[in-house]
Design a protein around this ligand. Structure first.
Ligand SMILES: Nc1ncnc2c1ncn2[C@@H]1O[C@H](COP(=O)(O)OP(=O)(O)OP(=O)(O)O)[C@@H](O)[C@H]1O
Ligand SMILES: [Mg+2]
Length: 309
């Protein structure tokens, strides 16, 4: 509804992780390059972690799109990880296009081993991509490690990418999973965007949605600063704030989003810059900003020396 009003061809801040809306920040680029390299060079295990809403699923979808262009690569993508080992193998085999119905675990393992060996002997690459890997149970992670043991004398038969929230790192640090941790060949980490990256992100997403740069920015600099303050550079929160701000501006028939509109959306979504900043990264530029806000609040209360919680 607001698209025509702002001269856009599609929703610029859709929450679906769509590779067509990918904005290449330095970190996202580096992470994508690491994943692609890991798969291409048969590195075995690659782990990517990042806070909630930093773009992990989008990154995996971009990788899948890249891999689909290569006829020598077969991939399976798992995202529901509250599975038993048997369900896990059934899901994976089905995604590779192999028959899985009615088979027990030993039969499924035999099927996948033969598939991987046959592909490897033809010089083909096979990738298992697991999103939301922080939800994997220790048992399932151990099962996945055993799967990664399938190798010939000079090659790993399956490339495995684990993507998840920082809890995945905590799991991998546990004593029971030290064997798996040692097998991780490459790592990538996603983080919230910096202030400048937030400016570039909003500008590029608007342009990808057809915004006319000649028309003047729908989000002026001070409005983007407000978005940054409330989102602390977390892309999903940036999208939520921007999309709802566009709706708010449209409702008031304003061609430009004001900081007041962003403030109102942030209130509605209960976005607290202090909490978001701390949760995200206590050392981030945004968290430092939040500290200033915090001190301001304390000084207006007349107790600047009060200990912080
Ligand atoms: N580099 C980027 N370019 C464009 N959009 C991005 C980028 N990074 C993140 N986003 C957007 O931010 C939102 C959250 O991304 P995504 O769902 O991939 O996060 P996530 O890290 O998988 O989150 P969760 O931990 O909750 O699963 C999506 O709308 C996605 O399109
Ligand atoms: Mg995700």
């Amino acid at each position: 509804m607001y698209k025509e009003f702002f001269g856009l061809s599609r929703n610029p801040f859709n929450l679906t992780p769509d590779p067509a809306s990918f904005v290449s920040t330095e970190r996202h680029n580096e992470a994508l390059a690491a994943l692609h390299y890991g798969v291409r060079q048969h590195k075995g295990f690659v782990v990517v972690t990042g806070e909630v809403g930093t773009g992990k699923t989008l990154l995996l979808r971009c990788l899948l799109r890249l891999l689909k262009d290569s006829s020598d690569i077969a991939s399976a993508y798992l995202f529901n990880n509250r599975l038993t080992p048997l369900e896990f193998y059934q899901f994976m085999l089905t995604d590779f296009g192999l028959p899985a119905a009615g088979k027990n675990k030993a039969e499924l393992l035999l099927e996948i081993s033969q598939f991987l060996l046959s592909r490897s002997s033809q010089g083909l690459t096979t990738v298992l991509i697991i999103d939301e890997a922080h939800h994997l149970s220790e048992d399932l992670l151990e099962e996945i490690r055993l799967l990664s043991n399938l190798e010939t004398s000079d090659d790993k038969l399956i490339q495995i990418i684990l993507a998840g929230q920082p809890e995945l790192d905590i799991k991998l640090d546990s004593f029971g999973l030290r064997q798996l941790k040692q097998r991780v060949a490459l790592r990538a980490t996603l983080a919230a965007l910096s202030r400048q990256e937030t400016v570039d992100y909003i500008t590029q997403r608007l342009q990808l949605a057809g915004a006319d740069p000649q028309r003047g920015s729908i989000f002026p600099e001070e409005t983007i600063s407000a978005v940054y303050r409330y989102s602390c550079g977390l892309p999903r929160l940036i999208n939520t704030l921007c999309e709802n701000s566009l709706i708010g501006a449209y409702a008031k028939k304003l061609p430009v989003v004001s900081t007041g509109i962003v403030d109102a959306v942030a209130r509605e979504f209960r976005l607290d810059p202090l909490l978001t900043g701390r949760l995200n990264d206590p050392n981030s530029e945004c968290a430092l900003d939040s500290d200033d806000v915090f001190l301001d609040v304390l000084s207006t209360l007349g107790s600047p020396s009060q200990t912080r919680i």
